[in-house]
Design a protein. Structure first.
Length: 283
């Protein structure tokens, strides 16, 4: 039904724990999903241990960071399913992901949503039949919903995404993807209320350009250049459809107005100026 692909970081320390939690949660989905892990530095060993497809030959930039076009092209080439999902390797999904995707009746779409941020320091016991209920209770008590930039997954049918050579895990590419799909007239669906996604908090010490809550430096600048600048970026605010518990609908006012304005270049240019003011070091 669904092919999930991801580019994990090296499986060391805390990252090892949260990535194992994430990937094992994907393996619990019903019907069972095909899972593809890409990259080296321990990825092959973990994929073999968990019985998951592995692709070691992903292209990288001059800093050794995997490139998203290589991952997306490989996944769409080998996927057995018509629907794919790219997911960051630190996010946990529940069965409501499958239920949400099954309710989409459009031939082409891009589905994504906001995440919940949660501190997780131990491996989850997936043999416990109540693991999902316990984790949801924990996120309700301790979790924090991320802002509109908290997009850690994208679901789409084959041939919807043509991904440029963005560096994974660096800002800009996900906002460009929403922009690209929307301007091609393909529905962008905000599934925040339909899908519970838990992002397990971590630091950014895996990169020498790591900051408090992201990776900056020249890779961020390069991603922005590939996108064509901040005017070619959108967030979940610009989604033109919403998936709720009762199905698909148009956004409520004033979100509907904002989603229409997002197709107007002068409006995006103004938002781009705002981005430059808030993040002066990346342009």
């Amino acid at each position: 039904m669904l092919t999930i692909f991801s580019i994990p970081k090296p499986f060391v320390g805390h990252i090892d724990i949260i990535q194992r939690n994430a990937i094992q949660s994907w393996s619990k989905l019903v019907p069972q999903c095909d899972i593809i892990l890409m990259g080296d530095e321990g990825v092959a060993e973990t994929a073999h241990e968990l019985g998951i497809i592995h692709n070691p030959s992903i292209e990288k930039n001059e800093f050794g960071t995997p490139l998203l076009n290589s991952a997306f092209n490989f996944a769409q080439k080998v996927a057995k399913n018509d629907i794919l999902m790219y997911a960051n390797s630190d996010v946990i999904f529940f069965q409501d992901l499958i239920e949400a995707v099954q309710r989409i009746d459009k031939p082409s779409f891009l589905l994504c949503g906001r995440r919940w941020d949660l501190d997780v320091t131990e491996e989850i016991d997936f043999e416990d039949g109540d693991w999902a209920a316990k984790l949801k209770e924990k996120v309700e008590k301790e979790g924090e919903r991320h802002g509109l930039s908290g997009k850690d997954y994208f679901v789409f049918p084959q041939n919807v995404v043509n991904m440029p050579a963005f560096a994974v895990g660096r800002p800009g590419w996900d906002d460009w993807l929403i922009y690209d799909v929307r301007t091609r007239g393909i529905p962008v669906i905000n599934a925040t209320e339909a899908i519970t996604v838990i992002h397990q908090n971590h630091d950014y010490s895996h990169s020498k350009f790591g900051e408090n809550n992201r990776v900056g430096g020249p890779e961020w600048k390069k991603n922005t250049e590939i996108a064509g600048g901040p005017a070619n970026m959108m967030t979940l605010r610009d989604a033109d459809w919403v998936l709720g518990k009762n199905g698909l609908s148009r956004p409520d006012f004033p979100a509907r107005i904002l989603s229409v304005l997002s197709l107007c270049y002068p409006w995006r240019w103004l938002l781009g100026v705002k981005r430059k003011i808030l993040n002066p070091g990346c342009w």
